[in-house]
Design a protein around this ligand. Structure first.
Ligand code: C2E
Ligand code: MG
Ligand code: MG
Ligand code: MG
Length: 291
């Protein structure tokens, strides 16, 4: 990983004065190349949204939009790799805005089709993007530009983002909630947020992090955490969704403990839009047909 290598190079060099470090030079230029490639990629349409279904009582009620980058030379590059760099360089601002616009266009297209019209779409928002002064205006412009309804849009934020400037966060969330936009706390339990924020922030949903779901059947601590998050969220009036559900046994455990919804490879990984829409028609169509 280029960013990790740079970090190591930086640390190694901290107490030494070096006029030229070929290894560090290589890492720096690899990052600069990646950054430049991201700018070009954004301009040339190399980014795409994939959709992972979210399931409630067997029905697909929405999707999480996950960014994919098809690099012309390197092939597919994971967001886990380029999002942190985009965040560092500030490129997350145009990239995040593109994601919002693309998501709103998708919602507007779904609204025209009876069997897709009720779907919600969740968009991941990174801290630097959210804390821009113009963030609220950007979301509203994306909705209005596409002709999408804010009630179908959810924003996923992490605990770190919420902690950075709580007053600003509450203010922005409140403004957007006025337009129907929903908020989920992503990767819940892996950050450092204090429970008092859960009370103050106008959230709609908690997402149980996949690291707790993975061993929910074999690790009593993970099972206790998963059950506790469901109980906590429910008593605060929030919906709770589990991510990273890969087996029927995990799904059954979560259902037994009244978790409201789930997403994971058990039904589908994130897929391109055509495959997602086909999956919705098949899954929800089968439910409606059997009524
Ligand atoms: P996240 O928002 O927590 O997304 C969940 C990740 O878990 C996704 O990885 C998804 O593909 C993966 N996943 C879903 N189901 C399963 C499962 O059953 N098992 C396992 N092992 N993994 C599963 P992905 O797509 O690689 O995205 C990684 C992270 O990159 C996301 O974590 C999110 O933090 C970030 N990201 C992705 N798209 C965007 C975006 O448009 N904007 C921002 N700011 N961040 C994004
Ligand atoms: Mg997410
Ligand atoms: Mg997550
Ligand atoms: Mg995550």
């Amino acid at each position: 990983r280029a960013d990790l290598a740079l970090y190591q190079a930086k640390n190694a060099g901290r107490d030494t004065l070096r006029f030229y470090d070929p290894q560090m030079q290589a890492v720096v230029s690899a990052r600069a190349t990646l950054e430049l490639d991201m700018r070009v990629g954004l301009a040339q349409g190399q980014f795409e949204l994939y959709y992972q279904p979210q399931i409630d009582h067997g029905r697909i009620t929405g999707a999480e939009a996950l960014l994919r980058w098809r690099h012309p030379r390197e092939g597919f590059i994971s967001p886990a790799h380029f999002i942190p760099l985009a965040e560092e360089t500030g490129l997350i601002l145009p990239l995040g805005e593109w994601v919002l616009q693309a998501a709103c266009r998708r919602l507007a297209a779904w609204a025209q089709q009876p069997d897709l019209a009720l779907l919600s779409l969740a968009v991941n928002v990174s801290p630097r993007q959210f804390h821009q002064v113009s963030f609220v205006a950007q979301v509203l412009a994306a909705l209005a530009g596409a002709g999408a309804d804010g009630h179908q849009l959810k924003l996923e934020m992490t605990e770190g983002l919420l902690l950075q400037d709580v007053e600003d966060t509450i203010d922005k969330m409140g403004q957007l909630k006025g337009y129907g936009v929903g908020f989920s706390l992503d990767d819940f339990g892996t950050g450092y947020s204090s429970l008092s924020y859960l009370k103050r922030l106008p959230l709609d949903q908690l997402k149980i992090d996949q690291s707790f779901v993975r061993d929910v059947l074999t690790d009593p601590n993970d099972a206790a955490i998963a059950r506790t998050v469901v109980a906590l969220g429910t008593s605060l009036g929030l919906r709770v969704i589990a991510e990273g559900v890969e087996t029927e046994a995990q799904r059954e455990f979560l259902e037994r403990h009244h978790c409201h919804a789930w997403q994971g490879y058990l039904l589908s990984p994130p897929v391109a839009v055509a495959a997602f829409e086909e999956l919705v028609r098949r899954t929800n169509g089968a439910l409606d047909g059997s009524r």
